[in-house]
Design a protein around this ligand. Sequence first.
Ligand SMILES: Nc1ncnc2c1ncn2[C@@H]1O[C@H](COP(=O)(O)OP(=O)(O)O)[C@@H](O)[C@H]1O
Ligand SMILES: [Mg+2]
Length: 324
Amino acid sequence: MKFAFIIDPLNKLDPGHDSTVAMMEAAQASGHEVWVTVAEKLSIVKGQAWALLERVELEFVELIDDRWVAQENWYRVVEVTGRSLQEMNAVFMRTDPPVTIPYLYATQILDLLDPEKTLVINSPRALQAANEKLYAMQFPDVIPETIVSQDKLVIREFIEGREGGVLKPLGGKAGEGILFLHESDRNLNSLIEISTKWGKEPVMVQDYLPAAKEGDKRIILLEGEAIGAVNRIPSGKEFRGNMAVGGRVVKTEITPREQEIISILAPKLQADKLYFVGIDVIGGYLTEINVTSPTGIREIDRLNNVRLGKQVIQWVEEKLSVED
Ligand SMILES: Nc1ncnc2c1ncn2[C@@H]1O[C@H](COP(=O)(O)OP(=O)(O)O)[C@@H](O)[C@H]1O
Ligand SMILES: [Mg+2]
């Protein structure tokens, strides 16, 4: 089969960390062709979604002393061509946030693909509709107390009397722009002003969950089913647990409460064709549903001696064979 991955530039990916590379390796190991492109290289030609594609061959990372080690030249471009994406069996849309207008154009180009012929992961329609922060608001029973607002008074009122609040830009990732808010902070007004661009952009503000100190758990879901999890513990000098800001990854299990959250999300994720997502759970509360380019596979594989990329590729193969 032919698999295309729409990614950030390949030379910017970290093969020992990025889930995209784990899935690309798994596709290659299963005998599939691996093609890559970037959102900026998509076009519509003769009415079809078209891309300038590179076929790549990967040298797989190796686990050495509990670390993924990649060769310096870990990929080789073996062919460059422009072709209709309809020739691909599966297309993974794995561009990192923020979701910009050009990102949305890319998903609208992918909309032209016939779902009977090419499986797009995640569904372009769902990527247009599901903001990673706001989508969680559809599950009010399992999220912490949360507001979304650009109004300073509304945000201040929410913060008053609380141990703390966590402010999140709606388009961020990897801890970017995440702020701890407290009513006594002399910078509070200024933080709200800067984050909302002086009242022009809404942000999310959530009740601060003290359990965040014990970790922000990433659970990877494949068509609504958990396939693995990893806990990320803040470094001690930082309240955020993201790996990108030094969060320590540790092995973990999925608790009954987390399983309950997953079973609440699953029907909606399946209906929306959000096949591959990463949810974040703190102290038994859902805090985020990552739909664009969730990570975690490499860490889970290393800690649990599993190969989630392989599981994802097998799932794609089965999904496509059912549709044949
Ligand atoms: N409600 C919360 N209470 C305490 N800490 C939180 C809360 N929400 C998020 N955090 C912390 O902020 C980090 C980033 O938040 P998250 O919503 O996952 O955004 P992103 O990962 O997209 O930047 C988390 O890893 C967690 O440590
Ligand atoms: Mg997160």
